[in-house]
Design a protein around this ligand. Structure first.
Ligand code: AMP
Length: 223
């Protein structure tokens, strides 16, 4: 089973992806995290993607597809996995189908208005080591600028700074929103209201997942 989380930057895909990983034991694959790690380690892919990332533009399809291909064929992804931040355009969605066949899919878009996104991204802080996500308004770390989980320092992502955020939202509208129709046509599309509290939203996402996973299991038995 492939679970795809869609939504603009700051909509909560990463946080909800982490919660899904914890409850269902499906590994979360975030292309943003994979790219940031590649940049930090200055791998050839990281060096190539860094400039576009810092400008809020999309990194080339070849780079992200390569990272996703490497990850989804690892043993822990054999049953199910959750994608956060991929695909981000129709070409990537088609390439995912080619890469991993016609695996049953559940697509959940987290919808949220632009003003809320801008203030959330301004308040977002991430751990420089483990990538844990905090928010200075609603999910404060226990100690200022320190990660609750691993004790490393918290930073603001370069691309969460206001000038870059505008570009990321523009790119989302131009490219990623088109995926909604793509998945509606495949009849795998669902959406939730991203302005809800983290736990409430997760309750709604879990309901969708439980319902869809149940249907999938029943079909497997009937087959
Ligand atoms: P994210 O953490 O998902 O907001 O991603 C941060 C940045 O990584 C994006 O603004 C892009 O520059 C790059 N990125 C992440 N996922 C993709 C993708 N699927 N395709 C192209 N670029 C991506």
């Amino acid at each position: 089973m492939r679970i795809i989380l869609l939504g603009p930057p700051g909509s909560g895909k990463g946080t909800q992806g982490d919660l899904i990983e914890k409850r269902y034991n499906f590994p979360k694959i975030s292309t943003g995290d994979l790219l940031r790690r590649a940049v930090q380690e200055q791998t050839p892919l990281g060096k190539e993607g860094e400039v576009q990332m810092n400008r809020g533009e999309l990194v080339s399809d070849e780079i992200v597809e390569e990272l996703v291909r490497e990850r989804i064929f690892q043993a822990d992804c054999r049953q199910s996995y959750v994608l956060d931040g991929f695909p981000r355009n129709i070409a990537q969605a088609k390439s995912l189908e080619k890469m991993d066949g016609e695996v049953p899919e559940i697509v959940i878009e987290i919808k949220i208005n632009e003003q809320e996104l801008i203030s959330r991204l301004a308040a977002r802080r991430v751990c420089s080591q483990c990538g844990a996500i905090f928010n200075l308004d609603v999910r404060k770390p226990n100690k200022e600028e320190v990660c609750d989980i691993c004790g490393a320092s918290l930073i603001q992502r370069e691309d969460d700074k206001p000038a870059v955020v505008q570009e990321r939202l523009r790119v989302f509208e131009e490219k990623t929103e088109k995926l909604r129709d793509f998945y509606l046509r495949k009849k795998v599309y669902h959406w939730v209201d991203g302005s809800e509290k983290i736990e409430t939203l997760f309750g709604k996402i879990s309901f969708i997942l439980d319902t869809e996973l149940g249907k999938f299991k029943r079909n497997e038995v009937l087959r």
